[in-house]
Design a protein around this ligand. Structure first.
Ligand code: NDP
Length: 316
């Protein structure tokens, strides 16, 4: 016997700061939101340590603790938080269809897309292989750094994340090589100073990884200085990537406009997409700011936009 799909006023996809902020506002507006968390409940902040730049936390807060707080706040107002992954959508009709984990079909008047972004990789065959077998290649120092305590590791990247992760690893590892492909950092001065003031981080500028060595676990990396073309080997047992992120938007590609990198397009200063009733917020639609606080702000905007749209449509 087939049952008809669940019908909602408001479905939120993604559980980072944007998703939870949207949920708090939507729940308080009595939209009875359901949230589908995505594959990493809590989003990217669950993979970071101290968050010192979120207003209202004078002594900082860890990312995981902050996400627990946000979830508790969203649930306090009645948000129905469900673990799952949206695998298909159909935005062709007035009611938006969403499939969770390929099997559960949900219908919603409004969909708030807050899916965030995923880590980038170098694309080297041995990097992928060793990553997939858990052999010592990872994009999350905070998740995996513990396993490399007392070991020598390398980290690729030159942005704020790379600096943050390198200093995190330096607390666990006696030696951290930081591989920067240009002759300068991209990170903010404050973050670069943290790296420069950490004696066990050695920064190698103009340096790229050409191969990851080892059959079952990382036994070293092959590197090249891209100015002098000098090739060498670094004896490390872990390789950490911190080279940016790709927006998690592939599932929407047939329905929404996106830029060349996959960031979802929306009306300037609004969260409105070209599909009525579908709104976007957070890192999946922001390649400029990408901060927890800006994500939270846009999540609030998406919920307000959804509420107003429902009212105008006579649906709320
Ligand atoms: P970014 O996009 O800022 O930096 C990515 C870095 O990776 C760049 O330095 C880039 O090098 C390097 N890179 C990219 N591809 C490769 C490659 N194939 N090989 C080697 N290096 C590569 O990403 P982040 O994740 O660092 O930061 C994202 C956003 O989040 C930023 O806006 C950042 O400010 C913010 N952020 C803020 C934090 C805070 O305030 N506490 C903490 C972490 C992030 P190149 O410079 O040569 O292009």
């Amino acid at each position: 016997m087939s049952t008809s799909p669940e019908r909602l006023k408001c479905l939120i996809i993604g559980s980072g700061p944007a998703g939870y902020s949207a949920a708090i506002y939507a729940a308080r507006a009595d939209l009875k939101p359901v949230m589908i968390t995505g594959p990493l409940p809590g989003g990217q902040l669950t993979q970071t340590t101290e968050v010192d730049n979120y207003p209202g936390y004078p002594n900082g807060r860890t990312g995981p603790d902050m996400m627990e707080d946000l979830m508790a706040q969203a649930m306090r107002f009645g948000t129905d938080v469900r673990n799952g992954w949206v695998t298909k959508v159909d935005f062709s009709g007035p009611v938006h269809k969403v499939w969770v984990d390929e099997k559960t079909e949900i219908h919603a008047d409004t969909v708030l897309i807050c899916t965030g972004a995923n880590a980038k990789w170098l694309g080297l065959p041995n990097e992928t292989r060793l990553r997939d077998i858990g052999g010592g290649v990872t994009a999350c120092a905070v998740c995996d750094g513990f396993f490399y305590k007392g070991q020598t590791v390398a980290l690729v990247g030159a942005g704020d994340s790379a600096c943050e992760e390198a200093t995190y690893l330096a607390k666990l590892c006696p030696k951290v090589y930081m591989l920067v492909r240009k002759d300068e950092f991209r990170a903010s001065k404050a973050m670069v100073h943290r790296v420069e003031n950490t004696p066990n981080i050695e920064v190698l500028f103009n340096t790229e990884v050409t191969d990851v060595l080892g059959k079952d676990i990382v036994e070293g990396i092959a590197i090249v200085n891209n100015k002098t073309k000098t090739a060498s080997k670094l004896d490390v047992t872990g390789l950490f990537l911190a080279i940016g992120h790709t927006p998690a938007t592939a599932v929407f590609k047939d329905w929404l406009d996106m830029d060349a990198q996959g960031y979802l397009k929306h009306t300037p200063d609004r969260t409105v997409t070209k599909v009525p009733g579908v709104f976007v917020a957070g890192d999946c639609a922001d390649h400029v700011y990408r901060q927890a606080v800006t994500s939270a702000g846009s999540g609030c905007m998406a919920a307000l936009d959804a509420e107003r749209w429902l009212a105008l449509e006579g649906k709320h």
